[in-house]
Write a protein of this length. Structure first.
Length: 217
């Protein structure tokens, strides 16, 4: 995983770090050279994008991100998605700067809505980060007509959320759809009646760890 290829979002950072190492080192000496090298190595690690193998069994909800679970509780989906006021299970995953930050689709479906909400940059491991922080919410329509939502949330350090998904996209479980830069959180709102199968403190592997079974009602 440490040697995985970098996500395309790393490109400007790698170019910048390399420029500091080469040009800064040549003009101003060893300090800037090693600073540029250290920054480049950090970016290669942070933006790593390892391959993941989703479970073959259909009807599963997979973790949309690496990290550890900080909250499992009933909550209302983001109002901007228009998914109603009924509470459903929300699983919140906190990503430290050491975790893989590539986000993945939790299940097969069709993207029906994407909504960006400007907000604060509180520490992403706080419960109130779900409502108050800057976020990008994605709604999926499952093949059986039910809805599920994934929310990319900026954190104390993260100031940039990237989402490659578009409304109308047909996606599969484990597909990459975005990345959040430098520490963040990813929430998932399960369909009504679906119970979570994970607990607070559990470690997640995006695109592989099973969160719930869709057949459960």
């Amino acid at each position: 995983m440490v040697l995985a290829r970098p996500h395309p979002a790393a490109r400007p950072f790698l170019i910048g770090g390399g420029a500091v190492a080469l040009l800064g080192g040549a003009l101003f000496g060893g300090f800037l050279f090693w600073l540029g090298v250290a920054f480049t190595l950090f970016c290669l690690y942070f933006f790593r994008d390892p391959e993941r193998i989703p479970p073959a069994r259909p009807g599963l909800v997979l973790a949309p991100a690496d990290g550890h679970v900080v909250s499992v509780m009933p909550a209302k989906p983001p109002v901007e998605l228009g998914m109603g006021k009924e509470t459903r299970w929300r699983i919140a995953i906190f990503l430290s700067v050491l975790d893989v930050h590539v986000n993945r689709m939790p299940c097969d479906g069709t993207v029906t809505r994407i909504a960006y909400h400007h907000g604060k940059f509180l520490s992403a491991n706080l419960d109130k980060a779900s409502e108050e922080n800057e976020r990008n919410a994605v709604a999926l329509r499952l093949p059986d007509g039910r809805d599920i939502a994934v929310v990319q949330i900026a954190g104390l350090i993260a100031r940039r959320i990237l989402c490659d998904a578009k409304v109308g996209d047909a996606v599969q479980a484990g597909d990459r759809f975005g990345i959040i830069r430098f520490g963040s959180r990813t929430d998932i709102y399960l369909p009504s009646g679906v119970e979570p199968m994970v607990a607070v403190g559990q470690t997640m592997i995006g695109g592989e760890t099973v969160l719930a079974e869709l057949q459960a009602r």
